[in-house]
Design a protein around this ligand. Sequence first.
Ligand SMILES: Cc1cc2nc3c(=O)[nH]c(=O)nc-3n(C[C@H](O)[C@H](O)[C@H](O)COP(=O)(O)OP(=O)(O)OC[C@H]3O[C@@H](n4cnc5c(N)ncnc54)[C@H](O)[C@@H]3O)c2cc1C
Length: 416
Amino acid sequence: MSKNQIVILGGGTGGTMTANRLRRRFDADQAEIHVVDRDDRHVYQPGLIFVPFGLASIEEIVRPRRHQFWAGVTFHENEVAEVWIDRNEVLLDDRTVLPYDVLVVASGVRLQPEETDGMTGPGWNERVFTFYDPEGARGLQAALDRFDGGRLVVNLVDMPIKCPIAPLEFAFLADWFLRERGLRARTELLFATPLDGAFTKPVASERLAGLLAEKEIELVTEFNAGEVDGAGGKLGSYDGRELEFDLLVTVPLHGGAAYLERSPGLADALGFVPVDMHTLQTPTKANIFALGDATDLPTSKAGSVTHFEAEVLTENIAHFLAGEELVGTFDGHANCFIETGFHKALLIDFNYVTEPLTGHFPTAFGLPLLRESRLNHLGKLMFQWVYWHALLPGREIPGFGPRMPTAGKRRTPVHA
Ligand SMILES: Cc1cc2nc3c(=O)[nH]c(=O)nc-3n(C[C@H](O)[C@H](O)[C@H](O)COP(=O)(O)OP(=O)(O)OC[C@H]3O[C@@H](n4cnc5c(N)ncnc54)[C@H](O)[C@@H]3O)c2cc1C
């Protein structure tokens, strides 16, 4: 095989795993591997949920990006400006042109708070916050420290968002935090969502709605937020409803990276990249693949999904370069711990066709599914170590792979 040039756009979860897996797969004389990212701060994003409550600091969850790559991966600290798909080239912000044989889009999502009327106006980062980026999470920590009771509204503006369970986790942890501080009795806690239930999938939605009710968190459904009045403390929906707040915790609209809009043929109208749901190859060009939050796939935008995709993607890049048929083994597998406070967590595991069910993961003797337990909470805490030391370097974890395990799952309703 002659030496191939592989360019990966984005050095977050998916880009780093893919680069490291490819580096282990190909010798240096077989492939050059380039990763482009705009900064040198790799954020362990699941850790952001703990920052507002003082349970983690930004310093504990951020590491230098360039140190996460195996030797032999070339890191470019640059903004991607444009992709010229007809010429197989990427243009960077310093006018560097990177030619490629294979391109991997791993640029995640872009938070777009400015797309909701008033959100970034008066009150932004004073009484309206998002914990979806490090700066917002840190600001929210200070605001919660000052919070002395009132109305706290948690809202996700619209789907899709990354980690769709994170806003629920925030609500559960806020309930715990306020109880510990003796503020719960004088705080109304609301969870407002555009969905018709607490979550997207029926069995999990019912279980999570039950937990919200147990914790006296009011669930407001089909609430499509259209306007924020930060100064007046009001969140308005398109159907004319209004929620008053003293503190608004929002998950803003998500879209794809801006360079995708300047690269015709790569992304859909929302900026997400269409790919084959099993092979991760784009329909636009056979030598372009995508993974992680950047894709339009009908599974969760989650780090676990990105990890499972990275395994299949690496295989398929090797097949593509060898002129072989691709494997279609990605089944939409997603796996997420859901922190519920009081040192407990739930676990959900699902794929394109099987919704989150009760039972155990990965076998009948594993972690409990859709049931609060301390074991799951410990699993969530341990996961950060696993992320830095096994997942990012591209090491295999036995029993934790792209195909969703079915051995421990029960097909009975939650309340049975
Ligand atoms: C609060 C929160 C909690 C979460 N909790 C969980 C959880 O418990 N479990 C779970 O599985 N997942 C969780 N996630 C989701 C998980 O972090 C993401 O799904 C995962 O990181 C996606 O990986 P990615 O590679 O697609 O994107 P990212 O890891 O976001 O990487 C994208 C990279 O592309 C770079 N980039 C974008 N545009 C450009 C450009 N133009 N030029 C250069 N670089 C660019 C960015 O700088 C970034 O580094 C959580 C996310 C959040 C925000």
